[in-house]
Design a protein around this ligand. Structure first.
Ligand code: SF4
Length: 686
């Protein structure tokens, strides 16, 4: 408090960590950030933040920040360079590679940490200058199945409702999400509402923090979401709780879905999931008989081989019970990173350009070509895992990475390292030297969220203004400025970077941004779609779905090929997740006081397994799989069932992704982080 009294300026901006999108008041004096508090009038967070948003900001001027462009020399050492030298080096190499191998030999991976404007510019550079659809972002490894699945069911791959609706719901279903750690402000809001008497259903293999507040906990075996949700839907059908009028008026393909449900072998599904039909029935009746039921899902749904199918089954539940298009209902993905929604909205995915237009459609190609005045690439682009394979096969020669540490965060780290080593030319735009940046040929030092302006879009489709609180650290530049200068270096008539200027361009090409201007976003932002005049949308699909009729899908459960292939040799199922104190690969939170609270990754295992293996809490254990191994500290806990292991992935010392595999969602290639065949053994007593 005393520090904020000394402040000479307060600037309102948006948290850089999770997709809740909390508003922050940042107190500064000169170029020093003194403290962070939360504005009382913030519609998203009402004066509340978690310890990441409020306290984990000291990374911004940490001694490790990159402060000058670096170019790798023939001896493998980095040498400091001027910005002009770095841009020239990039221009020479990318022009040569494109001329020799074609645009398809170049790719870009954009960043959910960056603003909408920066993501828009990144895909503009890759598509319009490099001439390829090889652009992707970290939505690939988290919620790409949500976007895909909800588009198939409803027509729009984004949350149907708003956080505000938590106050209006009469039943909360949390599936494959751990909101109190992953999305703490929403988690707290859910907890407060549940403590007032609203029933909570948790579907999760672990006893997460919300479980003691839950009326129903369906503790399923990892990898069996589809089986469990089919049981859930069948119980609703058998109980006569299907909203037939809603289905007749608003939906299609019910008959196929109903026939699939009626053919299920429930006894078999009980064995598969490890959850009794009685428990599922009680939870399903609770959900279906509530006046308004709202579901929240996270990466425990998406990061599976049937991730997108699971999202469509959650959408089925909402449609069959009429829980769509009104307050307190809907399907609400808890998006992981601060702007992962925005990165996809801006076209940072190979199959859809800015505004979710299908790149394969000739009319779309013509529309973009007319707008930009250059030909639109027509060849299908590669998703991130395909980029890595293409690099190893020698088809991908150059990669541009903006704010992504793929070596630490993507699965099977050996494979990712191999891909990085195979590239002819790698550009990395970063704020710190990461495990990935070590492989770069050119590193461009970027500015952090506290030093730049633009917009982030949170998990409830709310586009909010990010305002620079201090000047960029000397030697660094905001990513938007870097990208505008790169576009200019490649001969594009790109104006110098201004957030309102780029946002105005976005509003011309992205229909659901049509009514957004920098000015009318105001303090609390607007939820897209935003019509002309700034009329925004709190609840989607009110009269009809974006695609017209909501579409029911039926899918049968399939065992993960990871388990089919490796379970005999590696008898445990490992699942991964995050903790409250750290964010993803920890590039930022590890450089704050949060590392004094939790300073390493850990492995949770059940007491029965621990006793059998001679392991106690605090011991160092070896976790290993068909891909590799890591050493971790053991935590013996009944949070996980026997046979299940759980670990976090925040620290490069452990590099948990040495162990994870290359299994992925069949529709989107989102990696299967949640189901890994693994084993564990004692290394030494703690
Ligand atoms: Fe930041 Fe998310 Fe915490 Fe809010 S809940 S302060 S957005 S990390």
């Amino acid at each position: 408090f005393s520090k904020s009294i000394e402040a000479t300026k307060k600037t309102r901006t948006i948290c850089t960590y999770c997709g809740v999108g909390c508003n922050l008041n940042v107190a500064t004096k000169g170029d020093q950030v003194l403290s962070i508090q939360a504005p009382v009038d913030a519609e998203v967070n009402h004066a509340h933040t978690c310890l990441k948003g409020r306290f984990a900001f000291k990374f911004y001027n940490h001694k490790d920040r990159l402060r000058t462009p670096l170019i790798k020399q023939p001896d493998g050492q980095f040498k400091e360079a001027t910005w002009q030298e770095a841009y020239d080096h990039i221009f020479t190499n990318l022009t040569r590679i494109k001329a020799n191998h074609g645009g398809q030999s170049v790719a870009g991976i954009s960043s959910a940490r960056c603003t909408n404007e920066e993501n828009y510019l990144m895909q503009k550079f890759i598509r319009n200058v490099m001439g390829t659809n090889n652009i992707d972002c970290c939505a690939r490894v988290c919620h790409s199945p949500t976007a895909w699945g909800m588009q198939k069911s409803f027509g729009t791959g984004a949350a149907t409702n708003s956080y505000e609706d938590i106050e209006h719901t009469r039943c909360v279903l949390v599936i494959g999400a751990n909101p109190t750690e992953g999305h703490p402000v929403t988690g707290a809001r859910l907890k407060q509402h549940i403590m007032k008497g609203t029933p909570l259903i948790v579907i999760d293999p672990r006893k997460i923090e919300l479980v003691p507040y839950a009326k129903h906990h369906l503790q399923l075996r990892p990898g069996t979401n589809v089986a469990l949700l089919n049981m859930f839907a069948r119980c609703i059908l058998d109980a006569g709780l299907v909203k037939t009028d809603f289905i007749k008026k608003r939906c299609e393909n019910w008959e196929e879905f109903e026939a699939g449900l009626r053919a299920l072998d429930l006894a078999e599904l009980e064995k598969i999931t490890g959850v009794s039909i009685d428990l599922v029935r009680a939870a399903a009746i609770e959900y279906a008989s509530a006046e308004a039921a709202m579901s929240f899902h996270g990466l425990g749904v998406t990061e599976h081989q049937q991730g997108a199918k699971t999202v469509m089954l959650i959408s089925n539940l909402a449609m069959m019970t009429g829980n769509i298009g009104r307050p307190g209902v809907g399907v609400n993905p808890l998006r992981g990173q601060n702007n992962v929604q925005g990165a996809a909205d801006m076209g940072c995915q190979p199959h859809q350009g800015a505004g979710y237009y299908e790149m394969a459609d000739p009319q779309v190609q013509q529309r973009y070509a007319d707008f930009y005045g250059v030909p639109t690439p027509t060849e299908p682009g590669w998703k991130i895992p395909q980029m890595f394979d293409a690099a190893i096969e020698g088809k991908l020669k150059a990669l541009w990475l903006m704010g992504e540490d793929v070596v630490q965060t993507d699965p099977d780290a050996h494979h990712v390292r191999h891909a990085m080593e195979s590239l002819e030319f790698l550009v990395v735009q970063e704020i710190f030297m990461t495990e990935t940046a070590k492989y770069a040929d050119v590193i461009l030092p970027a500015s952090s969220f506290l030093e730049k302006s633009g917009t982030f879009t949170n998990a409830e489709r709310r586009v909010q203004r990010v305002n620079a609180t201090v000047k960029p650290l000397p030697g660094t530049k905001p990513d938007g400025q870097i990208l505008c200068e790169v576009l200019q270096r490649f001969g594009v008539a790109q104006p110098d970077y201004t957030p309102d200027g780029v946002l105005a361009e976005v509003a011309q090409i992205v229909p659901f941004f049509k009514g957004i201007t920098w000015e009318n976003l105001g303090e609390n932002g607007l939820q897209w779609p935003v019509k002309e005049g700034g009329v925004d949308t709190q609840i989607m699909h009110q009269e009809q779905f974006t695609r017209g009729k909501g579409h029911f899908h039926f899918f049968s459960w399939k065992e993960s090929t990871e388990l089919e292939t490796h379970r005999g040799e590696f008898p445990f199922i490992l699942t991964t997740g995050r903790i409250l104190e750290h964010y993803n690969c920890g590039t930022m939170t590890r450089r704050t006081g949060n590392s004094e609270i939790v300073g390493q990754d850990f492995l949770s295992l059940n007491p029965a397994d621990a006793q059998r293996k001679g392991i106690r809490s605090g011991d160092i254990v070896r976790l290993f799989s068909a891909r590799g191994e890591v050493e971790l500290e053991a935590r013996v806990t009944d949070e996980v069932k026997p046979g299940i292991l759980y670990t976090t992935f925040h620290f490069p010392d452990a590099m948990v992704n040495n162990v994870t595999g290359q299994g992925c969602d069949g529709d989107t290639m989102c990696p299967e982080y949640k189901v890994v065949a693994a084993d564990v053994e004692l290394v030494r007593a703690g």
